[in-house]
Design a protein around this ligand. Structure first.
Ligand SMILES: NC(=O)CC(=O)C(=O)O
Length: 278
């Protein structure tokens, strides 16, 4: 029988991101080491941690996953620090298409999962924010998960957090931890970032890790406030807006406890939902 260790120290790195890729990578590598020295076994970087976030930057900074400079750094950092590393996201080029992609590396430095943002961030809020990732990016069409000590971890990216269907598919696949690298902004961040993470955690009875870049002074201004939420929907760690690492010792047994005590998944009325719709 597979042995599941239920306790896991996680670290979310809210790194500062500028226009210089080399500096972004060096900074991320330094922070990963810091997270490891604080005992973290599962470490995540934020969305677009190696480049500014914006449609005019995606093709300029895009890299292949195979042997690109960002992949090389992530593989080395995972191996040297003997951690599971969720490499935030970076713009990927593959077959002349661009994606917003998350890669995951095991303690041997091997690539064990990739996930391409499924729901592209296309919104238009007058006097707030207009953004259209689909001008440049193609969407991914697959779920992606991996295991840390027998614990299943699922991946989503930023805008994906808004889509309950995606998180539910992971829950139905027995995921216990969802990781969302995500750069929410100064319009939607304050009102939605915490709430959406708590909602996904509560309705799927999973831990939710939301990892933002630190707030920049110009360009796309990320909200920050990276967060760890438990399967009761309670926020157990939250960053402010600057560069910071947040930690938590999570116990995935808590997912089982909530699932047993409030068994909403076995109580779903899937027998009537479809007929009511018709
Ligand atoms: N940047 C995103 O993908 C999502 C976001 O900022 C939002 O949903 O709001």
């Amino acid at each position: 029988m597979k042995k599941v260790i239920t306790m896991l120290r996680v670290a979310l790195i809210q790194s500062r991101v500028g226009t210089n890729r080399k500096e972004n990578l060096e900074n991320a590598e330094k922070l990963i080491k810091q997270a490891k020295n604080s005992g973290a076994k599962l470490v995540s970087l934020p969305e677009c941690f190696n480049s500014p976030y914006g449609t005019k930057f995606f093709n300029q900074y895009a890299e292949s996953i195979i042997n690109g400079p960002t992949s090389q750094m992530l593989s080395r950092a995972a191996k040297e620090n003997e951690i599971f590393l969720v490499g935030g996201t970076y713009p990927e080029i593959d077959n002349n298409k661009y994606y917003n992609t998350c890669t995951v590396w095991n303690p041997k430095g091997e690539l064990i999962a990739t996930y391409r943002k499924m729901h592209l961030f296309d919104i238009d809020i007058p006097n707030g924010i207009t953004f259209k990732e689909s001008d440049v990016l193609a969407a991914g069409n697959n779920l992606s998960s991996f295991e840390v000590n027998g614990i299943k971890v699922g991946l989503g990216i930023c805008y994906d957090l808004r889509f309950e269907e995606l998180a539910k598919l992971y829950r139905l696949d027995d995921v216990k931890i969802m990781v969302y690298p995500g750069a929410f902004n100064m319009t939607t961040g304050p009102i939605h970032f915490e709430l959406l993470q708590r909602a996904r955690a509560l309705d799927n009875q999973v831990y939710v890790l939301g990892v933002s870049p630190a707030r920049a002074e110009q360009g796309y201004i990320a909200w920050g406030h990276s967060q760890i939420t438990d399967p009761w929907g309670k926020v157990i760690a939250q960053a402010k807006e600057g560069e910071e690492i947040i930690y938590s010792d999570i116990n995935v047994q808590e997912c089982e406890n909530v699932r047993q005590q409030i068994p909403i998944f076995s109580q779903r009325r899937t027998d009537v939902y479809d007929t009511i719709k018709k």
